[in-house]
Ligand binder design. Structure first.
Ligand SMILES: Cc1cc2nc3c(=O)[nH]c(=O)nc-3n(C[C@H](O)[C@H](O)[C@H](O)COP(=O)(O)O)c2cc1C
Length: 204
């Protein structure tokens, strides 16, 4: 089939997210200018640069109150956010932090997750997550919004600090993702787990 998104797909369910898979889940912690902690998953997220390392996530649609989602708002207002890796172990907690709640509510409390202080930035890391990046917001880019009232914004930050659990390094001296079992987002409500890896040398 071929379709132009502006004309609709004609299928029972929107296929677009199932066409770019698997997507990493950026589990983003931020803090508001009033000091309220926030945590939410974003599958429109990825590492987008390596020297310096740059990380992005994209907040699409409106917050409960009609404004931009908390994570993007906080990253803009405070200039900081933290990426945490979502894993098989933390799948239920990750999912619980996607609940649409009022701005005053702290999703760490909702999910029962543990905050641990970051070293360079103010937002805390998720203690249960084996990898976290401390990020300084570099730029926000407004994306086109198809529906009135939607706020689609891409947040890009520079990674200024990297935390890797020693458990993931100890066996091989490099990050063994099979020990971490990262969670990935597919289309619809589907997920995948990275627990099988193969290596392929670059052509010379
Ligand atoms: C696995 C997963 C991935 C998600 N990815 C995104 C995303 O990329 N962009 C987005 O705007 N919302 C995404 N959501 C929904 C947000 O997590 C949800 O709207 C959340 O309440 C936003 O929180 P905030 O207002 O505290 O930033 C995702 C939810 C789940 C469960």
């Amino acid at each position: 089939m071929f379709y132009e998104p502006k004309n609709g797909h004609g299928l029972a369910r929107d296929p677009i997210k199932a066409c770019v898979v698997p997507r990493p889940i950026g589990w983003i912690s931020t803090i508001s200018i009033d000091g309220i902690h926030n945590l939410a998953p974003f599958s429109y997220s990825n590492l987008v640069g390596s020297e310096p390392p740059m990380f992005m996530f994209s907040a699409n649609g409106a917050h409960l109150d009609g404004g931009v989602k908390d994570s993007a708002l906080n990253a803009r207002e405070t200039g900081e956010f933290v990426y945490n890796l979502a894993t098989w172990e933390t799948r239920d907690e990750m999912n619980s932090t996607s609940l649409h709640v009022n701005r005053g509510m702290d999703e760490f409390d909702l999910s029962g997750l543990t905050k641990v202080d970051s070293i360079i930035v103010t937002p805390p890391r998720v203690a249960e997550s084996p990898i976290s990046f401390e990020c300084k917001t570099w730029k926000l880019i407004d994306l086109p919004a198809a529906t009135t009232g939607a706020h689609n914004v891409m947040v890009i930050g520079e990674v200024v600090g990297v935390h890797i659990t020693d458990d993931a390094l100890k066996e091989k001296g490099y990050v063994d993702v099979t020990l971490l079992r990262p969670l990935a987002r597919l289309g619809y409500l589907d997920y995948s787990v990275v627990d099988d890896v193969f290596t392929m040398a670059r052509p010379k």
